[in-house]
Design a binder for this molecule. Structure first.
Ligand code: WQD
Length: 339
């Protein structure tokens, strides 16, 4: 397959890995990023991996004039993969309007410009946060959504509904929402990876920074949950597997005759690991002992969530291939390249 695919947020964590996989699959990725949550070094890393210069436009995909300029220049864009968004759950509680303006506003602009420029395909970055604490596990795509626990999670729920309504209005658009579970790890070349701003909120970058001594110790947020060792369970998926799921989604959309469709897929490994299992596995793959203490629960954490991924396996013909150990090994190698 081939064709130009715009990747908004293409210099970000998941976006940069997806740009690499798109190119390897024969597509021509075009990065759009305002670098608010990304660094230029990510584009350099992508270019080193691919041994080429990927087209990159610096700017806000929510700016209609900016998008019009790009889409006038770049003819016959086959699709858009939309990552660009703010994604810090805690920050979204403190600054909800920043999240609604950016996350909803950028999607609104894309939904307006796509039909005008006859761009038929959209892949939307959604999240397992739409499920909240599910009543049954593993979660399937028909597991009822729960009221969002944060404005960030709400922007993902609203985003899915906006796309569905546009497709229902018979605008010629084939769209997929991918509900990510917990992306971790880095590219095996260690040329791209996660670049958290400030002290990481997420577990794995916190662990890798603690392993370098950059952070003093890890606090495990609660060990009194109803789980095998009392710590929360998540479905941790290697970011390269997650990136490949986006290529599979584009390929699937290309193969659909229907001019208008919307579908949703869980993208995870299909099994869960506890916080302490992550810590133990990291120690095994890095041979670095970790210093951690058990602290109080973190507000808003769900106890356990992991995916039923049979729909993505059977319909997208995609399956996660890498283990928790693979992802933590790659995360550690990447951390060691950072100053
Ligand atoms: C994982 C587990 C923590 C840090 C978040 C977002 C979600 C999605 C993925 C965007 C939890 C525990 C963490 C620490 C800890 N992002 N933990 N000590 O919260 O499952 O999901 O990232 O879509 O929207 O909410 O990921 O990595 O923050 O936490 O014990 O220092 O690790 O309690 O159980 P989470 P996380």
């Amino acid at each position: 397959m081939s064709g130009k695919i715009i990747v908004t947020g293409g210099a970000g964590y998941i976006g940069s890995h997806t740009v690499v996989e798109l190119s390897k699959a024969g597509y021509q990725p075009i990065i759009i990023d305002n670098f608010a949550n990304a660094e230029k070094r990510a584009v350099e890393g992508i270019n080193q991996i691919l041994n080429t210069e990927v087209t990159c436009y610096e700017g806000d995909c929510g700016d209609a004039d900016f998008m019009e300029g790009i889409l006038t220049k770049e003819s016959s864009v086959a699709g858009i993969i939309h990552f660009a968004a703010d994604k810090a759950v805690g920050e979204s509680v403190e600054q909800p309007l920043k999240y609604y303006k950016n996350n909803i506003g950028s999607l609104l602009t894309l939904l307006e410009v796509m039909p005008k420029h006859r761009i038929p395909m959209l892949v939307f970055s959604s999240s397992c946060t739409v499920y909240g604490q599910p009543d049954q596990l593993p979660v399937t795509e028909s597991t009822p959504k729960k009221p969002a626990e944060s404005p960030y999670g709400n922007t993902k729920q609203i985003g899915e509904e906006m796309i569905e309504d546009v497709v229902k209005s018979k605008v010629p658009m084939k769209a997929i929402a991918l509900r990510y579970f917990n992306p971790i790890g880095a590219h095996p070349t260690a040329k791209i990876g996660e670049l958290p701003l400030g002290v990481p909120n997420n577990l794995v970058p916190y662990v890798t920074q603690a392993a370098t001594g950059k952070l003093e110790k890890i606090t495990v947020f609660g060990d009194d949950y109803d789980t095998p060792d009392g710590t929360c369970v998540r479905d941790y998926i290697h970011v390269v597997d997650l990136a490949k799921a986006h290529v599979s989604a584009i390929r699937y959309l290309e193969q659909q005759d229907s001019k208008s469709l919307f579908d949703i897929f869980n993208i995870g490994t299909g099994h869960g690991n506890t916080v302490l299992e992550v810590i133990k596995t990291f120690e095994e793959v890095s041979h670095v002992p970790l210093n951690y203490t058990i602290g109080p629960r973190r507000t808003g954490d769900v106890e356990k969530v992991y995916a039923d991924v049979s729909k993505a396996n059977n319909v997208l013909h995609w399956k996660a291939e890498q283990s928790l150990a693979d992802a933590l090994r790659d995360a550690w190698h990447w951390q060691q390249t950072l100053s």
